[in-house]
Design a protein around this ligand. Structure first.
Ligand SMILES: Nc1ncnc2c1ncn2[C@@H]1O[C@H](COP(=O)(O)OP(=O)(O)OP(=O)(O)O)[C@@H](O)[C@H]1O
Length: 698
């Protein structure tokens, strides 16, 4: 573990085609000395590569570092120099002139593959790479989308993405890809000027077994392409480029300062590696555990004399830095390995258990939450249950009271029912009594009427005012009862309706003369006039027409003008017009136009047939007018009779027993039955009147 100085080589870039292309240095290749022609200052290097030195030659010079890294030592190669001096050309190069980085990668893979083939001690290797850039004092990961990262001083690669690579091609592809994201821009001094420091690191892990021991080596090769320093006076940069330039110069100044302090340490003063990101990364490479080669690139044009002088000063200083490269090998016995494996296994198991424990804890927390929620629910339900119990007790109390009330009410209802029954019975009895009394009253009234009638009748008969027909007499039919004159008719019949002579002017088919019509009035919610018409040939038939009041003649039934009727039976039939005329004898008749009226005439059923000598027809002169009455009684015992009064010229009679019923009228006619026996046939429409006892039988 001997200390050794940082190896410093100078590479002079070819002069450009500038007109004032005059060099400011002289080179002594034997002593590797560069002399500034302007001031004669000499700078001794470990090696000087002149303008035409090919890339292979430069690489050939740094190969020992790469070999050392392959064998387990840390190594660093970095290029330093003013902008445009050829740093990127030296480190990366191009497809035709590969720089140190692609050549180093290829060499490492070839060497390790070769070694792996040749050794028989279970030699194994693994290579990974990282690529960072420092731009304006911030670090970015070129293999991870140029993401900005922090680099802790304890482990500068901690946050960097480390990509395992299996071949030099793969490795170069990845690195090229990363470098495409590097900050590069065209400046007045370099069309492809790097505006950031690029740090590519290969990490090599090798292992082999020797006896019971496992030998592990972990070494790193840092290859750094620094951004170039530039003087303002030689540039015509943009504002951004000037800012970049200021940052580049600042970090390079810090690098120079760190190097000066390494070579001239101040007692009790730490080397200010932390002053810049670059020095933090190069900490091991400068004064630490690394074999380091610095390539100072020089643009020898005399106009860059100051920059060249500064670069050579840096080179001389960095050359004084001493490093101690330590073999990064870790030897482990099999037991230790076994134990390590066991420890690792236990660690993994522990991790697994920790994960499971965390999951279980999470479950417990979830369960606890559920339990808490349930507890809350239970509390709420208990509270509700308690409240419901209270309500239940209250309701039971109220129910008890209500039941008691209901019982009382039921008892009262029972009492009232009994009372109602009693009252209903009383009511029934009273009604029955009332009915009885009403019947008695009616009977008494009837009896009184009958007695009056009978008395009057007997009186009439006794006084001789009362004529009657005997069975051989033909009654005289009055034509005008109001006039009180008797008819001269000598027909041997009871009052029978007859045809009137139609007027000579009338061509109507239905012309009916008095007394074959009758005008009656009925009450159906309002008073309605009826025209009853009898057929003289068949006294059983009757037409019943209802008067239809015409507009402006409301209820105005007139004998002198046309009246309109509808058939009572078929109310929908056409209107029938009727006018009452008088013939030359002064008899009234009805002239009826029965337009298309096909209704069947209503037939009266015989109500009673009275055989001789049981009927009598009287003409009563009482009450200042002649009244024709039909008295019908049993001639044997004189106990039963019907008492009818003739009320119209149509041989119609009203029952004297039910005077109030206007709808009831009767007609009588003398007839001979099939045995030739004379009789009186009495027709009565719905006449329900019972025969009355006139006089007790003698
Ligand atoms: N030794 C060389 N042989 C041929 N061409 C060279 C050599 N050195 C530099 N050049 C050319 O000079 C130009 C600038 O070189 P390069 O970009 O490598 O400089 P740089 O130091 O990296 O500059 P910066 O710091 O601005 O990035 C490039 O076109 C490069 O090809």
């Amino acid at each position: 573990m001997a200390q050794e100085n940082v190896n410093v080589v100078a590479r002079i870039r070819p002069l450009s085609n500038e007109t004032s292309d005059e060099t400011c240095i002289e080179i002594d290749p034997v002593s590797s000395t560069i002399t500034l022609t302007t001031n004669g200052k000499e700078f001794n290097m470990d090696k000087v590569f002149e303008q035409n030195a090919p890339q292979e030659e430069i690489f050939g010079y740094v190969q020992p570092i790469i070999a050392a890294v392959k064998n387990g030592l840390h190594g660093t190669i970095f290029a330093y120099g003013q902008t445009g001096s050829g740093k990127t050309h030296t480190m990366i190069g191009n497809d035709e002139n590969l720089g140190i980085i692609p050549r180093a990668i290829e060499m490492i893979f070839n060497a390790l593959n070769e070694e792996s083939k040749n050794r028989n001690d279970n030699f194994n290797f693994n290579i990974s790479c990282t690529a960072l850039q420092i731009y304006c004092e911030k670090t970015y990961d070129l293999l991870n989308g140029n993401e900005k990262i922090e680099i802790p001083i304890s482990d500068i690669f901690k946050n960097a993405k480390e990509v395992e690579v299996n071949s030099s091609n793969e490795c170069m592809k990845i690195i090229k890809c990363g470098l495409e994201q590097r900050k590069v821009s065209g400046t007045s001094m370099n069309e492809t000027s790097s505006r950031s420091h690029a740090i590519l690191t290969l990490t090599l892990k090798t292992e082999y077994f020797k006896g019971n021991e496992k030998h592990e080596r972990i070494s790193r090769l840092n290859m750094v392409d620094l951004a170039g320093s530039e003087k303002r006076k030689h540039t015509n940069n943009s504002k951004t480029q000037n800012l970049e330039s200021a940052n580049i110069n600042k970090s390079l100044l810090t690098l120079g300062k760190v190097i000066r302090e390494i070579i001239n340490p101040v007692k009790n003063q730490v080397i200010p590696y932390r002053d810049s990101k670059l020095t933090m990364i190069l900490r091991d490479s400068l004064g630490g555990n690394s074999k380091t080669t610095v390539i100072v690139n020089i643009h020898s044009n005399s106009k860059y004399f100051t920059e060249t002088s500064s670069t050579l000063d840096f080179a001389v200083n960095v050359k004084k830095v001493k490093n101690t490269a330590i073999l990064q090998e870790f030897i482990t016995s099999k037991e230790t390995i076994t134990l390590k494996v066991e420890v690792q296994r236990l660690g993994e198991e522990n991790d697994k258990l920790k994960t499971e424990l965390a999951k279980e804890k999470e479950k417990v927390v979830q369960l606890q939450t559920i339990v808490d929620e349930k507890d809350n629910k239970i509390n709420t339900l208990e509270k509700k249950s308690f409240e419901l119990e209270e309500d239940k007790s209250k309701l039971e109390l109220e129910l008890k009271k209500a039941n008691q009330k209901q019982k009382k009410c039921e008892a009262e209802i029972e009492k009232m029912k009994q009372m109602i029954n009693g009252l209903q019975n009383d009511n029934k009895q009273l009604k029955e009594k009332v009915q009885e009394l009403e019947i008695k009253n009616d009977e008494m009234k009837n009896q009184r009427n009958a007695d009056d009638n009978y008395e009057r009748l007997e009186k009439d008969i006794d006084s001789g005012d009362f004529d009657y027909f005997d069975e051989n007499e033909v009654p005289v039919i009055p034509t005008d009862f109001s006039s009180g004159e008797e008819s001269d008719s000598e027909e041997n019949e009871m009052p029978v309706p007859m045809h009137a002579s139609p007027g000579s002017t009338s061509n109507q088919s239905n012309i009916i003369c008095a007394p074959h019509y009758r005008i009656g009035t009925e009450y159906h919610g309002k008073w309605v006039k009826h025209l009853y018409i009898f057929d003289t040939d068949d006294t059983d038939l009757c037409y019943n027409y209802t008067f239809v009041p015409k507009e402006n003649t409301f209820y105005a039934f007139s004998k002198s003008s046309m009246n309109y009727f509808v058939c009572y039976k078929c109310k929908n039939a056409p209107t029938v017009s009727a006018i009452i005329h008088s013939n030359e004898n002064g008899e009234e008749y009805v002239k009826l136009s029965e337009n298309e009226h096909v209704c069947e005439p209503q037939k009266y059923e015989p109500h009673v047939i009275i055989y001789e000598p049981d009927y009598k027809l009287y003409i009563n002169q009482s009450r200042n007018k002649k009244v024709q009455r039909l008295l019908v009684f049993n001639s044997n015992d004189k106990t039963l009779y019907y008492d009818y009064t003739l009320i119209s010229g149509g041989n119609s009679y009203r029952c004297n027993s039910c005077l109030n019923n206007h709808n009831i009228y009767a007609r009588a006619k003398l007839a001979t039955d099939e045995n030739g026996k004379k009789c009186c046939v009495l027709y009565a429409q719905a006449h329900q009147c019972q025969p009355r006892k006139l006089k007790p039988a003698k």
